[in-house]
Design a protein around this ligand. Structure first.
Ligand code: BG6
Length: 484
């Protein structure tokens, strides 16, 4: 039996840089099921061979010296191209006619991958329904939809409605590529395949949690998108809230899509959307100093490129434990990490021992790029009386396991092919996430908050962020990871 992946937005950047290289790697590892075929659809009038040649070029670039031409030749035989315009219903009829003989007599799984600009999602979905490429005639069809999934709650709802007119929810795979990262999936393993962490994973032992996704890159050529998205929509509504959900959720009974997603949804429901009057006190925003000089950025832009949001999960496990979500561009280094800061010992009998929470036990989950885990604890310094010092146990994925860390898209594409939606967002999940972010975005964009703190590139955001955290009675862990 054969599977067919139809990529809309075939000539785009994501297809070249991520999707095709990931499918190629899966092919090389022998993981693609049966005869998987890839069909590109976009307006550029390529022939099959022209598109293959173009993809080969970027596969060589992405492969960074590890490109295997023989394997590519074999893989490229299953790649096809059908030119078409999402606005033209005739082109969908042509696509249907092109796909029919490819599938042959066998009931094939069809995957429609929407890798277009977001404004084309709804028209593409409607065309798939109208041309009978999806909907009732295609029970084995799936649709993959890239981020951003809407730009607020209202647009996300509308997109969900458009999807549900043509697909059942179980056929819909909403991508958040963070969920395809090995270290993110490992969060579930760490918590639920071990016994030693869960008993202390709650308000009795944890003081607070810091989730940081720092990038040293700037927005580069993405101003058209970034100016309207800003840091909240670009990183916080999706990636950071997903990391929070996996850190805070209860154990699902099974590792199955709905069991996992039900638990994540419970976390999101336990977060009360902020009232407008609380936003200023519970958030920090900033913009890197040269942002307004970037191409296509308005000279008076107040788009935030850095943001901190304090989130409270109001349930028995987490009452009183703040989760600080922090993310920004043009920061000191690229690092995504989750710091679980434990409480201080109730009584310190060692003179000169730790006196603040900052020196209490800490578990650091390094999501990327130094994938690993560190557990910090106090140790007696040898031959120095009862002097104590913070030391750590350091686990590193790359030194423990051979073979490197695969790109998130490999895992996600394979899961779509297998019909496993555990690592994809459900409709209620994205809507709840927007419900949390919307009031903050509204307040930030309101006339009352036009002042934005500027920060120098190469640091940890604006000084207001450090001061704000001090006022919380805490300190940021500004740590660039050590790459092994
Ligand atoms: C994307 C954002 O979703 O994630 C980008 O749009 C960001 O702005 C990127 O750079 C970060 O992804 P990663 O995998 O490099 O952490």
């Amino acid at each position: 039996m054969a599977d067919t992946i139809v990529i809309f937005g075939a000539s785009g950047d994501l297809t070249n840089r991520k999707l095709i290289p990931a499918l190629f790697q899966l092919h090389r590892k022998g993981r693609l099921p049966g005869e998987t075929r890839i069909v590109g659809f976009s307006r550029t009038p390529f022939t099959h061979d022209e598109w293959r040649a173009k993809l080969a070029e970027s596969a060589v670039r992405v492969g960074e010296g590890e490109f295997d031409p023989a394997a590519w030749e074999e893989f490229a035989r299953s790649i096809y191209y059908q030119p078409g315009d999402i606005g033209e219903s005739e082109d969908f009829v042509k696509l249907r006619k092109f796909l029919a003989p490819l599938d042959g007599d066998h009931a094939a799984t069809r995957i429609y991958y929407l890798s277009t600009a977001p404004r084309f999602y709804e028209p593409a979905i409607a065309q798939l329904g109208a041309s009978k490429l999806a909907g009732q005639p295609c029970r084995k069809c799936r649709v993959v939809i890239e981020k951003p999934f809407g730009s607020d709650l209202a647009t996300a709802r509308r997109l969900n409605e458009a999807l549900h007119k043509v697909f059942r929810e179980r056929q819909v795979f909403r991508i958040d590529h963070y969920l395809g990262k090995e270290t993110v999936a490992n969060l579930l393993v760490l918590r639920f395949a071990n016994t030693i962490f869960e008993p202390v994973w709650n308000r009795n032992y944890i003081d607070h949690v810091q989730i940081t996704a720092a990038e040293n890159s700037t927005i580069g050529r993405r101003a058209d998108y970034y100016e309207s998205a800003g840091v909240l929509r670009d990183m916080l509504q999706n990636h950071l809230l997903q990391l929070l959900c996996l850190t805070a959720m209860e154990a699902p009974a099974r590792f199955e899509a709905d069991a996992v997603r039900d638990e994540k949804v419970k976390v999101l429901r336990a977060i009360r959307p902020k009232r407008a009057q609380d936003v200023a006190a519970d958030t920090v925003r900033g913009q890197y100093r040269r942002y307004r000089d970037e191409a296509n950025v308005r000279p008076d832009s107040v788009t935030a490129t850095f943001g901190v949001v304090k989130v409270e999960v109001e349930n028995w496990r987490w009452q009183g434990v703040p989760f600080y979500l922090r993310t920004g561009k043009a920061m000191s280094c690229r690092t995504t990490q989750i710091v679980i800061q434990f409480r201080e010992p109730p009584h310190m009998m060692f003179e000169g021992g730790p006196t603040s929470t900052h020196e209490a036990n800490r578990l650091v989950l390094q999501i990327q790029p130094a994938e690993g885990i560190q557990l910090y604890f106090q140790t007696k310094v040898p031959d120095a009386g009862m002097q104590l010092r913070m030391t750590e146990l350091d686990f590193n994925f790359r030194s423990k396991f051979a073979g490197g860390m695969p790109e998130a898209y490999q895992r996600l594409l394979l899961d779509v092919l297998h019909g496993d939606a555990s690592l994809f967002s459900r409709s209620d999940e994205v809507e709840l996430a927007w419900g949390i972010v919307d009031p903050i975005a509204r307040a930030w964009e309101s006339a009352d908050m036009t002042e934005i703190a500027l920060y120098e590139a190469g640091g940890w955001g604006p000084p207001t962020s450090t001061e704000w955290m001090r006022r919380q009675g805490r300190e940021w862990f500004d740590m660039c990871p050590v790459l092994h």
